[in-house]
Design a protein around this ligand. Sequence first.
Ligand code: 1YM
Length: 639
Amino acid sequence: MANEYGADQIQILEGLEAVRKRPGMYIGSTSTTGLHHLVYEIVDNAVDEALAGYCKHIIVEINKGESITVIDDGRGIPVGINHKSGLSGVEVVFTILHAGGKFGGGGYKVSGGLHGVGASVVNALSTWLDVKVKNGGKVYEQKYERGHKTTELTVTGECDVNETGTTVTFQPDPEIFEDTTYDYKILKQRLRQTAFLTKNLRITLRDLRNEEEIKEDVFHYEGGIKEYVQYLNKGSEPLYSDIIYCEGQKNGVYVEVAMQHNDSYNDSSYSFVNNITTPEGGTHLTGFRNAITKVFNQYARTNKLLKDSDPVLSGDDIREGLTAIISIKIEEPQFEGQTKQKLGNSEARGAVENVVTEQVTIFLEQNPSVAKTICEKSILSQRAREAARKARDLTRRKTAMDTFALPGKLADCSEKDPSKCEIFIVEGDSAGGSAKTARTRATQAILPLRGKILNVEKAREARIYDNAEIKTMITAFGTGIREDFDISKLRYDKIIIMTDADVDGAHISTLMLTFMYRFMPELIKQGHVYLAQPPLYKIEKNKKVWYAYSDEELNNILVEIGRDGNNKIQRYKGLGEMDAEQLWETTMDPSKRILKRVVMDDDDASELNVTFTTLMGDKVEPRREFIEENAKYVQNLDI
Ligand code: 1YM
């Protein structure tokens, strides 16, 4: 008891108060993303226990009322008293900030990413938290409220002597989080990824919120990242059946790499450090790239696939259509860059380069037909890249000659400060015409597009320069694409895609988003891309007009004004059915319109890539599956 008012205790309480005052600093945000991070923090501790070799199964349950239970079958958090703090292991883990580092050695410390600050943060941000530990035939339990313990760690039951593990249940605090509703799909994607990265670990996710429809998914991959690569390639056609796999340890860095080429034109490489995604790459990714560039060039020269007079294959050539997972485990990762998502440790570069060079060289020697396929694909890519460069230079030179070489179809705005400007990309010439009449000339530019734009998912870069619609967009935005991309040249703060509210319109939006995602992803990442929301219905009664943007809204309006014969309801089939004034009022007027911002989450980068290849690629069966799985999210598209 005396301890309760000791200096250590006061420090703990102050620490947890700090978390509640500035939650964003500890979990990134208090939005949905932050809410889901709470789960990952607890799961990560259980995954560490799996990496240390003691835990085989983790269960995550979403309970009624949005509390979360995480169960593992590891050793159980230590219940004994830690001499330095005078507290039990459990209390240390749940009340001391940054208690990521473990007592004792063994295994890898997984104190990774921006938010890897652990269970005490979850505790501080939960209205209540309950922890149970099974060990030595006893069940120990302790309860907390908003980070403060409300009971001591006590034995509350018995269990089999051989049964060990930890169970944590917590209730996210609605005082902290804007929305405390969990999204099953978000947890599912993340836990699937964790299972891929932790060979042989079984993860069960359960949704118990609706008794009538209990959902469950089990993730268990004996092949680990090899299976991850297979999964990522399911939307496209692999060029060979093997998965190239390397594993090894150098300079205290454990390296695991799996890769396979497919028939697409994208580089889909994802790197991880201690199971944490590094969207900006870093030394481990550089090491990987150096290695494969070197190895494939060497192979192609030695085996005369490249003639002496041919130029070297670039890294981009070799990575065209490559799907790769680079996963390393390292004692003390250093993260750099603005968002601390880029690995800085220099020893990681050497380790990955070493392991990959050695093992891929051997693989190629043993599998000459695979080697030949990859080299030939790379050489094709090299030629296409050369053609693309010429086409791009031509476009550039044209632009340089005529500084105002903006496309003729573009009705530009007069304001020169891009932060005040927006551009509407409008489906069809007739809607484009109405939009031009309706717009505020000073700040709103209109670019009408005719018909469907090229599906970039099925074309090499060179071909996109043949496509008038795409060329027009590139010139209008001003930023350039790919390695030339420069956000400071962006001519509009908002890029607004405005298409009909029907299936064709949705298809055109998707084609445009695919183009932006592949060629200028920063536009989306930095929040410049929006979808306009034209109304679905116009309701007229006694010379008064209402617009409804969803079926629900239509219903609400009808309830309000009464359902009777005087109502005239018009269902808009396209933007073209609105005159300029209506279009302005409903869709373009900044003070009234609804815009949806297109967002993308780095955590789910690989999942997003699968979505694009599946939806826009060649294979039909995975696309059908995807659409069936997601059909329930699409509402009444064809009334
Ligand atoms: C549902 C959440 O936290 N499991 C878990 C955590 C720990 C251990 C086992 C553990 C680790 C070690 C030794 C060690 C943690 N212990 C600590 C600390 N599941 C969950 N399972 N014995 C048990 O790393 O040496 C932190 S996490 F610090 F107390 F050892």
